[in-house]
Design a protein around this ligand. Structure first.
Ligand SMILES: Nc1ncnc2c1ncn2[C@@H]1O[C@H](COP(=O)(O)OP(=O)(O)OP(=O)(O)O)[C@@H](O)[C@H]1O
Ligand SMILES: Nc1ccn([C@@H]2O[C@H](COP(=O)(O)O)[C@@H](O)[C@H]2O)c(=O)n1
Length: 231
């Protein structure tokens, strides 16, 4: 059976990775969370004094970008891939509010995007991949056979993220999360390079009123339909 490329884009915290991971596991495809890659570059920038007091030392980051190696390894406990930055597992560190509040400015930088997109295209060159992000259907894999664009109201997305952090026993403020979600959406949609857009051939999914299992079922139906057409 011919494998395809699946691009899942959309707004922050709307459930892209939940859908993408589940589908990839069920159909035996590779799953790549492209947002984790921008988060890893951001963590590196914070830890190496590149992002300080709301300022990015772009020259320093440009010189060091070639030293930033991001990879994914399956975590046998969760059954999901963890993100590694220069060989160190940073899966938890990249999910903090500190990284969330710095990541979108880092993701506006053209040389950062160039480096990430090149790695993402390399990861997907053999197809059989589900990748989620902001520019997967528009820039990374414009020829993907299945493209989805996911959205939900900012309040619902913030509530989901708040519930997730609370369930992990982490301190969280709903207002801070909502503000972060809105701010990232704004920066992501308004940057010059590869802004967040629905690709013209992407299917739109508003999952505000869908459960995780309903959206999973919907995605599986889309996959079945496309794979039948292609084989
Ligand atoms: N339909 C849904 N109903 C309720 N909760 C959901 C739904 N879909 C996802 N979630 C939950 O919402 C939270 C955010 O989901 P997820 O991390 O998949 O979003 P995302 O779009 O990948 O976010 P980000 O852009 O920040 O990477 C998670 O806690 C997830 O379990
Ligand atoms: N393809 C992508 C993916 C992500 N970004 C930026 O990274 C931020 C974090 O992504 P999450 O998916 O983990 O929320 C996101 O807000 C974007 O700024 C991107 O630009 N392109």
């Amino acid at each position: 059976m011919k494998k395809i490329t699946i691009a899942i884009d959309g707004f922050s915290s709307c459930g892209k990775s939940t859908m993408a991971k589940d589908l990839a596991r069920e159909i035996g495809y590779i799953y790549i969370d492209s947002g984790a890659m921008y988060r890893a570059v951001t963590l590196y920038s914070i830890e190496n004094g590149i992002f300080q007091n709301d300022r990015i030392d772009t020259e320093k980051l440009k010189n060091l970008i070639k030293d930033i190696h991001i990879s994914f390894r399956l975590n046998p406990e969760t059954g999901r891939p963890d993100t590694y930055l220069n060989g160190v597992n940073v899966e938890n560190k990249i999910r903090t509010m500190e990284v969330s509040s710095c990541v979108s400015p880092i993701a506006t930088l053209d040389f950062v995007r160039e480096a990430m997109v090149a790695q993402q295209q390399e990861m997907g060159k053999a197809k059989g991949i589900v990748m989620d992000g902001r520019d997967i259907g528009t820039t990374v894999f414009p020829n993907a056979e299945l493209k989805i664009f996911v959205t939900a109201t900012p309040e619902i997305r913030a509530q989901r993220r708040y519930d997730e952090l609370k369930a992990k026993g982490e301190e969280a403020s709903f207002d801070e999360i909502l503000e972060n979600v809105k701010q990232r959406d704004y920066i992501d949609q308004n940057r010059e390079v590869s802004p967040l857009r629905k690709a013209s051939d992407a299917l739109l999914l508003d999952n505000s009123d869908l459960t995780i299992s309903q959206q999973k079922e919907w995605l599986a139906e889309q996959f079945e339909r496309v794979i039948k057409e292609k084989n």
